[in-house]
Design a protein around this ligand. Structure first.
Ligand SMILES: [Zn+2]
Length: 226
């Protein structure tokens, strides 16, 4: 399963809920890269040099990482991929990898209205002293503009400014749309609107879809021999 969603869509929360409900491993390529870098192994050192040079981690490295991970025993019943595939080439490789292992690819696209995302993220406030995060709409401090803990003046992080958020969303669209279109034409694809939903309700709806998609595939496979 591959989960797509723009920054600020609550994709991380969904990934956590879905893997808990389905009992499957959550494979995040970002986490795996960080683990290799922290471990200082050969792959980690290679990745660190690439990032230090300001370059993107190339497809062949990401694919090697995912392939190794998919071959571990805990992935036999399926896996939730997060942060992969990011490019059309990676998407093609994933379909090949899955076919070679007798796995099906299910794609879930978490859609959230960009005005909702912008409102969520521009509401974030950070305490520069203790690092506590607030949200003026969802988790406001007791005294407006001040940290509950030591009363420091809260700030808006550079990343949470509206122009930066809009730019990231435009970047997400440009990068992800071709990948989504590729999948839409080839694999089972579920698009769900998460703009105004409780995360638990959303996760339940997605799990229901996943189960029905798996059942449909099973029917198809058992029907082939008849
Ligand atoms: Zn504070």
């Amino acid at each position: 399963m591959v989960l797509f969603g723009p920054p600020g869509s609550g994709k991380g929360t969904q990934a956590k809920l879905l893997t808990e409900m389905l009992g499957l491993p959550h494979v995040s390529t970002g986490d795996m890269l960080r683990e290799h870098i922290a471990a200082g192994d050969a792959l980690g050192m290679e990745v660190r040099e690439i990032i230090k040079a300001g370059q993107l981690v190339p497809d062949y490295l990401v694919i090697r990482l995912v392939e190794d991970r998919l071959d571990r025993a805990d992935c036999e019943a399926g896996v939730l991929l997060d942060g992969f595939p990011r490019t059309l080439d990676q998407a093609r490789m994933l379909v090949g990898m899955a076919e070679g292992r007798g796995l099906r690819v299910l794609v879930i696209h978490l859609k959230v209205d960009y005005d909702v995302i912008t409102a969520r993220l521009t509401g974030r406030r950070l305490c520069p002293q203790c690092g506590t995060l607030y949200n003026i709409r969802l988790k406001p401090p007791i005294v407006a503009g001040r940290c509950d803990i030591e009363g420091a003046r809260l700030i808006v992080r550079e990343d949470d400014k509206e122009s930066v958020i809009r730019q990231r969303l435009v970047g997400y669209d440009a990068q992800t749309m071709p990948v989504l279109e590729y999948f839409f034409a080839r694999v089972r694809f579920f698009e769900v609107d998460g703009s105004d939903r409780k995360p638990e309700h959303l996760a339940k709806e997605i799990v229901t879809w996943i189960r029905s998609a798996i059942d449909a595939d099973t029917d198809e496979i058992s029907g082939e021999g008849l």
